[in-house]
Design a protein around this ligand. Structure first.
Ligand code: GLC
Length: 519
C-alpha cells in the first residue's frame, strides 16, 4: 500500500498549533456548559465532575448510516449526554458520503500525522456539536474519500488507521476519556492499541475500554502475515488477536476490554452458543464474566407518529384516524387496491438470509391466498431481490416489491401497514420492530435476540420460537384472523404504540456499567 498523504478536504486554513490551542479552548468552553435537555430531570452535576465517555464507531446518525449501528451511536450518545452526568463525545471517519448539510457546518480543528507500522499518514480533525454531544471526524481522503463506508479490499488498513487516529488525537484535543466505548470490529483496534501501545503512558493509564458487539457475524478477520507490517502489533501480543490461525480483531477487543457487551440480554446468552456465535463462542464463554446484554432503545422523538413530517397524515395512539389515511395513501402510491379492511403485512429489511427470508419464500404464497397485501422494502442479495420482484409481477394486486433503500418510503410503510414481519434467524437487537410499534403496526417476530426481549406475545405483537416456516405461517394466519376483530385489534395496536422503547431504561444500564468499570 502506498504511503499516500492527503490534504485536508475542507475548512478554513489553520495551522496545527493554533488549531490545537483553539481545540483546548473549545473543549474547556464546552465543558462549562452542562448537556442537560430541558425535558429530562437531571441531577445537578458540576461540569468538571461529569464522566468522560468517548464513543468510537464507524457510523453515526444523523451524519452517515448504513444500518442500526449508526442509530444507536447517535441516539444513545444523546441520551447519555441528556442525563447531565456524562461528557459524551463520538469519533467517526469523515467519509465523503457524510451529508453535505452537516459537513458544511463542521469546524476544522487542525491536523496531525498518525504513525502506523511504516506508514505516516495525514489525519485532519473536524468537530460538530449536536444536542450536547461533540462529534469528531477523522479526515484522510486516501482512506475515506470513497463512496459508502465498507466493502473495500483495504478495510483492515482503513480502520486500523482510524483506530490509531482515535488514540493519537487525545493529546491533540486534550481529551482523555474515562471510558472508551468501542463498537463493532471497525473500532476493535482502538481498544487493542490502548492495551499494546498506549496504556503505559501516564495520560492514557486510566482509560477503561468497553467493547459492544452489534453483530457477531462481522469480526474483522485477516491473515497473520500482516500482523506487524499492517496492524503494527508486536509479536509478543499476537496471542491477543490470534484466533484459528488468523487475526480476529473482535476476539482481540473482547480479550483486552475491561467489559464487553451486546445489544440485548437474549443475544448475550445466544452468542455463547455455536449456532449464533460464528465461531467465537469459546471466547465468549471464557470471558462471560465481563459480558453484559443491554437492550437498545430508539430515538422515540424522531420516530413519532404525531409529528413525523414524512407521513401522509399524523396520528396518536389515542386517535388513529390518521393511520387510516396513511394506509389508503400508501396503497395508492404503491398501486395496490385501496381496501381499508385488507391487512397490509410489511417487511423493511436488508434482503439477506439471516433476516429469515427463506422462511418467507417458503410459505408466503400460502399467506397470499388470504385477503392480504404484502409490501417489501429493502435491498440485498440478488436471489431475494429477484424473488420479490417476481412475486410482485405474479401478484400485482397483492404484492408491492420496492427494491431500494429509502428512508422516506420506510416511514410511509411503517405507518401505513398493519402487520410488520421480522422472522430473523438471528437478531442482536433489531430496531425495526420497535419503530413499527411506534407507528401502531403490530410486529410478528421470531423469538431471538432483541426481538425476544422487545416483543411479547399478545402484549405488543406476535412471536414464534422455532426457525420453522410453518410455525411462522401459523402465527401470520392468527394475526390475519385477529385483525378482523376490530375492537381487539385496536387494543393490540394501541398497546404496541404505547410500548416504551426510549433509551430511559437502557441508558441507566450503561451508566451503571460505566460506573462499575470506573470503580
Ligand atoms: C446491528 C444488528 C441489529 C442491531 C443493530 C444496532 O445492525 O444486526 O440487530 O439492532 O446492530 O445495535
Amino acid at each position: 500500500m502506498a504511503n499516500t498523504t492527503t490534504k485536508k478536504s475542507t475548512g478554513t486554513k489553520t495551522t496545527a498549533k493554533t488549531a490545537a490551542k483553539t481545540t483546548t479552548k473549545t473543549a474547556t468552553a464546552k465543558t462549562a456548559k452542562p448537556a442537560v435537555k430541558k425535558s429530562v430531570k437531571a441531577e445537578v452535576i458540576k461540569p468538571e465532575d461529569r464522566k468522560k465517555i468517548l464513543f468510537v464507531a464507524s457510523e453515526a446518525t444523523p451524519f452517515i448510516q448504513t444500518g442500526g449501528l449508526a442509530e444507536v451511536i447517535g441516539s444513545l450518545s444523546t441520551a447519555l449526554a441528556a442525563t447531565g452526568k456524562f461528557d459524551v463525545r463520538v469519533v467517526v471517519p469523515l467519509y465523503s458520503d457524510i451529508k453535505k448539510e452537516y459537513r458544511d457546518k463542521f469546524t476544522y480543528l487542525g491536523n496531525l500525522y498518525v504513525h502506523l507500522a511504516w506508514r505516516n499518514q495525514y489525519c485532519g480533525v473536524f468537530s460538530y456539536e449536536k444536542d450536547g454531544v461533540i462529534f469528531y471526524f477523522i479526515d484522510n481522503e486516501f482512506y475515506f474519500k470513497r463512496p459508502g463506508c465498507y466493502g473495500y479490499f483495504d478495510d483492515g488498513e482503513r480502520f486500523a488507521f482510524f483506530s490509531r487516529a482515535v488514540l493519537e488525537i487525545m493529546p491533540f484535543l486534550n481529551f482523555y476519556p474515562e471510558v472508551m466505548h468501542c463498537h463493532d470490529w471497525q473500532s476493535a483496534l482502538a481498544a487493542i492499541y490502548l492495551k499494546t501501545n498506549y496504556c503505559f503512558r501516564q495520560e492514557y493509564q486510566f482509560i477503561r475500554s468497553l467493547f459492544t458487539i452489534h453483530n457477531i457475524e462481522y469480526q474483522g478477520q485477516y491473515s497473520l502475515d500482516i500482523l506487524s507490517s499492517l496492524f503494527d502489533i508486536y509479536g509478543k501480543y499476537q496471542y491477543l488477536v490470534e484466533y484459528n490461525n488468523s487475526i480476529n480483531l473482535m476476539k482481540g477487543a473482547i480479550e483486552v476490554s475491561e467489559r464487553f457487551s451486546t445489544v440485548s440480554p437474549k443475544y448475550a446468552g445466544e452468542i455463547k452458543d455455536p449456532y449464533y456465535a460464528h465461531g467465537l463462542d469459546p471466547i465468549i464463554r471464557n470471558n462471560h464474566f465481563k459480558l453484559r446484554g443491554i437492550l437498545n432503545g430508539i430515538d422515540d422523538k424522531g420516530y413519532n407518529s404525531e409529528l413525523d413530517t414524512h407521513l401522509f397524515a399524523n396520528f396518536t395512539p389515542e386517535d388513529m384516524s390518521g393511520k387510516a389515511v396513511c394506509k389508503r395513501e400508501l396503497q395508492k402510491m404503491l398501486n395496490l387496491p385501496q381496501k381499508p379492511d385488507t391487512p397490509i403485512i410489511s417487511m423493511i429489511s436488508r434482503l439477506v438470509a439471516h433476516k429469515g427470508l427463506d422462511l418467507v419464500t417458503n410459505v408466503i404464497e400460502e399467506v397470499l391466498q388470504d385477503d392480504v397485501q404484502l409490501v417489501i422494502l429493502g435491498t440485498g442479495d440478488y436471489q431475494y431481490e429477484s424473488y420479490f420482484r417476481d412475486l410482485a409481477r405474479r401478484y400485482p394486486d397483492k404484492v408491492s416489491a420496492n427494491i431500494v433503500f429509502n428512508g422516506d418510503l420506510s416511514r410511509k410503510i411503517y405507518s401505513g401497514s398493519d402487520i410488520f414481519l421480522m422472522p430473523s434467524k438471528s437478531e442482536p437487537c433489531g430496531l425495526s420492530q420497535m419503530i413499527a410499534c411506534r407507528y401502531a403496526t403490530v410486529p410478528i417476530v421470531r423469538e431471538t435476540g432483541g426481538l425476544y426481549d422487545s416483543i411479547k406475545p399478545l402484549e405488543n405483537g406476535y412471536t414464534f420460537a422455532n426457525y420453522n416456516a410453518h410455525d411462522m405461517l401459523y402465527v401470520i394466519r392468527k394475526a390475519i384472523e385477529d385483525y378482523k376483530n376490530k375492537e381487539e385489534w385496536a387494543k393490540l395496536r394501541y398497546r404496541a404504540a404505547k410500548t416504551d422503547f426510549s433509551w430511559n431504561k437502557s441508558a441507566k444500564e450503561y451508566e451503571a456499567l460505566y460506573l462499575e468499570m470506573l470503580k
